[in-house]
Design a protein around this ligand. Structure first.
Ligand SMILES: [Zn+2]
Length: 605
């Protein structure tokens, strides 16, 4: 067994990784090991906890205290996001594990400096044959010696762009999930909303969970996941094919949700392909309650994980076959891939194409292979990864899909908090979120109601402005929104498509102020710049409790700058002088009572 270094220079970043060559048993080493010398001893660490609807919760501590971060749920961002910042004032280092399963980051201070390690957990072992190799997950690192975290982030995101490669660019999308969920969606509802969406600048309508199932069986679709040939003909009497065609006739491309890795408790797949089911050890956090027939079994028990093991080639073929068939049937242009199961430590079967100690690694590698096959066969389809919100969103899966869904919840403060942190590590064109979705049930923060939209005059406009930060969409009852609200949606989507979307893939994101946090915490007035080679946009996003931020634009030509409102268009334009050092303090020019997108235009003296 031999090792070779397969690290890649990516712009100003480095993807650390190594390759093992067989034969022999490999115990996965760290993918990356760095030493920060004693001059960093006063630095601080920043990391982010994650949970359903609790993505990107900031945490920090001194470097000198050390740190162990890990995820054992089997999804990369189910506990923490796989990223770390070392912040030493002018100097900063950003690190991200590009891997969608379990991972570990360790920071160990010592007399000779602080060791930062990242990679797979140490229980991962793999047996390689004589002609086999194994490329370990990559860990992307970028650092800056001046300019602090913002400067290191710009380098990291540039490197991430090189790592992620090609993107099928999405249009703004409508999705029915939150206002209609599965209970109230039907062909009629889909098509009626798609028609309104198309008239207001939304190019795709995505049919989420609810299309699929066995009406009359008494079984909920969640129990039937895996039997993707089933269509709920009660709600879609003409089947998926007619619903897709009618969506197109209404003016939108058709998109579809699928949870191809999951196997429901009553799925026929259990009897037709028992050989493909993942079996593993129940951990305290797997599976989630209700996800499988053994969900309540105690930790330590050997259980089916409620999952197809994509570590096996036959399971991969099955999933690709489902997708190929659904694309042919519906001509879908957007595939929303979900996973509501925690695979835990993964499959331990010995009759799959993996060993007993590398089942999760093989599953993740298999997932990437499936995504690559889907994208190669259907190059016009936008592939979105959504994993019960942002539960599996890392630079590994991002390299095999087009966009990642931010979070199931999206009230404005939460959405702003997520973008602020995620955009430190991900190119903004990969970040996809919705606008203050109308919740079907009750939720403390998701309180927007179409029928009462103007009780809070700026709420919809503010929420749209925040949702426009990356790739954008809405999950609203468009058919119930009054004309003035739809005008706002239409104006937002038009600005997004004409001015924001073209800038995203070439933009550097600059964040001003502290990260906003949920529940009224953190920075209350985030200001985000998108700085491109030839244009610059600025989003001023005051939240409840905001006081005047300190925002100094930099890198400007001598003369003045004009802030021209893009959305909402009736905000006030201002012209401000540029200081001799090429900066311009715009703090006092930003309105406190509403969120506004501005175009920043330099007027050279
Ligand atoms: Zn397996």
């Amino acid at each position: 067994m031999t090792w070779s270094d397969a690290s890649l220079a990516l712009g100003q970043g480095v993807l650390h990784r190594s390759v093992a060559s067989g034969p022999g048993e490999v115990v996965a080493p760290w993918s990356c090991e760095l030493v920060l010398d004693a001059s960093w001893s006063g630095a601080r660490l920043a990391w982010w906890d994650s949970a359903w609807s609790g993505e990107w919760a900031p945490r920090s501590g001194p470097l000198a205290s050390g740190l162990v971060l890990e995820t054992t749920a089997g999804r990369s961002s189910a506990r923490h996001h796989p990223f770390l910042v070392v912040d030493d004032g002018d100097r900063a280092l950003l690190l991200g594990v590009a891997w969608s399963g379990n991972w570990r980051i360790q920071v160990v201070p010592g007399p000779g400096g602080t060791v930062v390690r990242a990679g797979l957990p140490d229980e991962v072992r793999r047996v390689l044959g004589g002609d086999e190799t194994w490329t370990l997950p990559g860990v992307l690192v970028a650092r800056a010696d001046e300019g602090g975290v913002e400067s290191a982030s710009a380098a990291f995101v540039d490197a991430a762009r090189l790592l992620l490669g090609h993107q099928v660019e999405p249009t703004p999308a409508w999705n029915h999930w939150w206002p209609y969920e599965d209970a109230a969606i039907s062909e009629d509802v889909l098509v009626a909303n798609a028609a309104v969406a198309a008239r207001h600048g939304i190019g795709t309508a995505v049919l989420d969970a609810g299309w699929f199932g066995a009406p009359g069986s008494g079984l909920r679709w969640t129990e039937l996941r895996g039997d993707w040939e089933l269509e709920d003909t009660d709600r879609f009497p003409g089947g998926l094919a007619r619903a897709a065609a009618a969506t197109r006739e209404a003016g939108c491309a058709f998109g579809l949700w699928l949870e191809p890795e999951a196997v429901g408790a009553a799925s026929r797949l259990r009897t037709t392909h028992p050989e493909l089911l993942a079996v593993g050890v129940q951990t305290p956090e797997t599976p989630r309650p209700g996800d499988g027939p053994h969900a309540d079994w105690p930790a330590g028990t050997e259980v089916e994980l409620g999952l197809l093991c994509l570590g096996d080639a036959r399971a991969r073929d099955l999933v690709v076959g489902h997708v190929d068939r659904l694309v042919a049937l519906t001509d879908l242009r957007w595939l929303k891939l979900d996973l509501n199961v925690d695979p835990g430590l993964g499959c331990t079967r010995t009759d799959h194409d993996h060993g007993p100690h590398d089942g999760l690694v093989a599953h993740v590698e298999g997932l990437y292979a499936v995504l690559d096959r889907i994208r190669a066969a259907h190059p016009d389809v936008v592939v979105e990864t959504c994993s019960s919100g942002g539960m599996r969103w890392d630079l590994g899966i991002a390299a095999h899909c087009d966009v990642g869904f931010a979070s199931d919840t999206d009230w404005p403060e939460h959405a702003a908090a997520g973008f602020w942190a995620a955009s430190l590590f991900f190119p903004p064109e990969r970040l996809y979120g919705w606008c203050d979705s109308q919740w079907g049930g009750s939720h403390a923060h998701q309180t927007f109601r179409a029928e009462a939209w103007d009780d809070e005059p700026h709420r919809l406009a503010d929420a749209l402005a925040i949702a426009m930060l990356g790739r954008t969409g809405v999950s609203q009852r468009l058919v119930d929104l009054p004309p003035a609200a739809l005008d706002l949606v239409g104006a937002a989507m038009a600005v997004h498509s004409s001015s924001i979307a073209p800038l995203l893939p070439v933009a550097t994101v600059r964040r001003h102020g502290a990260q906003p946090e949920r529940e009224g915490l953190g920075g209350r007035w985030p200001v985000v710049e998108l700085v491109g080679p030839s244009s610059r946009l600025l989003a001023s996003l005051p939240l409840a409790g905001a006081s005047v931020p300190s925002v100094r634009l930099a890198g400007l030509a001598a003369g003045s700058v004009r802030l021209e409102p893009l959305f909402p268009a009736d905000a006030r334009a201002v012209v401000l002088p540029v200081a001799p050092d090429g900066t311009c303090d715009v703090s006092m020019a930003l309105p406190a009572d509403r969120c506004v997108w501005f175009r920043v235009t330099e007027e050279v003296a």
